[in-house]
Write a protein that binds this ligand. Structure first.
Ligand code: SAH
Ligand code: SF4
Length: 433
């Protein structure tokens, strides 16, 4: 989400006559587009702001803007005051960046905008000059998970109009984009409660019908993850067989305390349906360890759910008590050592299943998008339809695009392979390098 917002901010700046520079050292204005989901990113902003203030004190003429989720919170506003931030803009008002600069140029001391502006839904972001593009289909969140700051920072759910989404899709397709990532906190709530909008399953089919070779989406919420979505993925060739479906915990007691609206059995039933209907599907999840009050038995329930679901991949987090959330207000955090010990055990489980899962692809062909020449030693890095990181010897990829790659070797994190056949499946000439 933040990356898409950053792109929108960049487009606004360029359209407003400003110039982007490669390095913050060359900038007159530095924008920190922040995340506030856990304590760690907040600490990082704190130290970056400290460095910027130091430079300013040593004479550099610099305007500092704090944008994104942290700007929306009292915690961020306090940082802004402490470090002398000039521009404070929340995630619901990102298109205010150009007016903010103008206002400072006209003599204002500071600029602040923290509203959720309706115009953001219809704002058209120019297609990126990349083979892969993000596209926000909805903003905000109507859930109230007790650990999460997002509903406070991003406001209630708003689905963007389908015509605007499709215009963006077509603009990206015409610019040669090979992969579109549909984004939202809970994409499968798209259109809920608005009879004028398609359902998420219908939207998926519509976006896929544009002819974009790859359509991916994130994040799905187990609530409202209905069979029509599974069918749309199973029946549509260019909707990728990759589903990120955060479970957070395998214990019903913890799920209740987190205020997640499903229980273990329902979650596992969705996984069963997905695996039964979609060939070669890859399922990933998010798990939080050390939620307040999580007992040994609760944690064991998470491990056993992991084994039942046989996740192909998981993003694992230590619970971070975020000021302003119900769990921070009402529950006591547990000792760090217990949390890190549990995280270690969970990561071991994750690696073992990832290795098993990746072995399924050994000696087979996968379709890989190389969207830039990112290198890892002697290899170029790309991503498969199912979102695997795939490494191929660098001399085999001379132009960007989609390739068929034969997998020779796997680790829990990576598929290693070689290009099968000498020609990429599709070379968008406009962007070939
Ligand atoms: N809307 C998505 C998740 C968005 S946040 C969903 O509900 O599935 C991404 C992930 O960050 C969450 O899935 C959760 O695992 C993690 N997360 C959110 N708040 C957290 C906190 N306070 N501490 C640790 N992890 C957290
Ligand atoms: Fe946060 Fe829950 Fe909303 Fe996801 S669904 S953004 S975890 S409140």
């Amino acid at each position: 989400m933040n990356e898409y917002d950053t792109h929108t901010i960049q487009s606004e700046l360029v359209a407003g006559g400003h110039q982007l520079v490669e390095s913050p050292a060359d900038a007159n204005l530095v924008i920190l587009n922040t995340c506030a989901i856990r304590g760690k990113p907040v600490e990082k902003v704190n130290s970056l702001l400290g460095e910027l203030r130091k430079e300013r004190r040593s004479g550099r003429d610099l305007t500092i803007a704090l944008m994104g989720c942290l700007a929306q919170l009292e915690e961020g506003q306090e940082l802004a005051r402490r470090f002398g931030v000039d521009i404070l803009i929340g995630p619901g008002a990102i298109t205010d960046i150009v007016p903010a600069i103008r206002s400072l140029d006209e003599g204002a001391e500071t600029f602040s905008s923290l509203d959720f502006q309706p115009g953001l839904d219809t704002h058209l972001t120019p297609a990126p000059s990349s083979l892969s593009g993000f596209l926000t289909i909805m903003r905000g969140c109507n859930h109230h998970c007790t650990y999460c700051i997002v509903p406070s920072t991003r406001g209630p759910e708003v689905s963007r109009p389908v015509e605007i989404i499709m215009r963006e899709v077509e603009a990206m397709r015409d610019a040669g984009v090979q992969e579109i990532y549909l984004l939202g906190q809970n994409v499968n709530s798209y259109g809920l409660g608005d009879p004028g909008l398609p359902s998420f399953a219908e939207l998926l089919r519509l976006v896929a019908s544009s002819g974009i070779p790859r359509v991916k989406f994130t994040t799905s919420h187990p609530m409202n993850f209905s069979s029509d979505i599974v069918d749309a993925i199973a029946e549509t060739q260019n909707i990728c067989n990759y589903i990120h479906l955060p479970v957070q915990s395998g214990s019903n007691r913890v799920l209740r305390r987190m205020a997640r609206e499903y229980r273990r059995d329902r979650y596992l039933a969705i996984v069963d349906e997905i695996r039964a209907k979609i060939d070669d599907v890859v399922i990933s999840t998010d798990i939080i360890v050390g939620f307040p009050g999580e007992s040994d038995d609760d944690f064991e329930a998470t491990l056993s759910l992991y084994d039942e679901a046989q996740f192909d991949h998981a993003f694992t987090f230590i619970y971070s008590a975020r000021p302003g959330t119900p769990s921070h207000r009402h529950f006591e955090d547990m000792p760090r050592e217990i949390k890190t010990e549990r995280l270690k055990r969970l990561i071991e489980r994750q690696k073992a299943w990832a290795q098993t899962s990746n072995q399924r692809f050994l000696d087979r062909e996968v379709r890989v998008l190389f969207k830039d020449m990112a290198r890892d030693g002697d290899y170029v890095v790309g991503h498969s339809d199912q979102n695997h990181t795939v490494l191929v010897p660098k001399e085999q990829v001379l132009r960007l695009g989609l390739y068929r790659v034969r997998v020779d070797h796997v680790t829990p994190h990576t598929l290693y392979g070689h290009v099968a056949g000498s020609r990429p499946e599709a070379i968008p000439l406009m962007m070939a390098s």
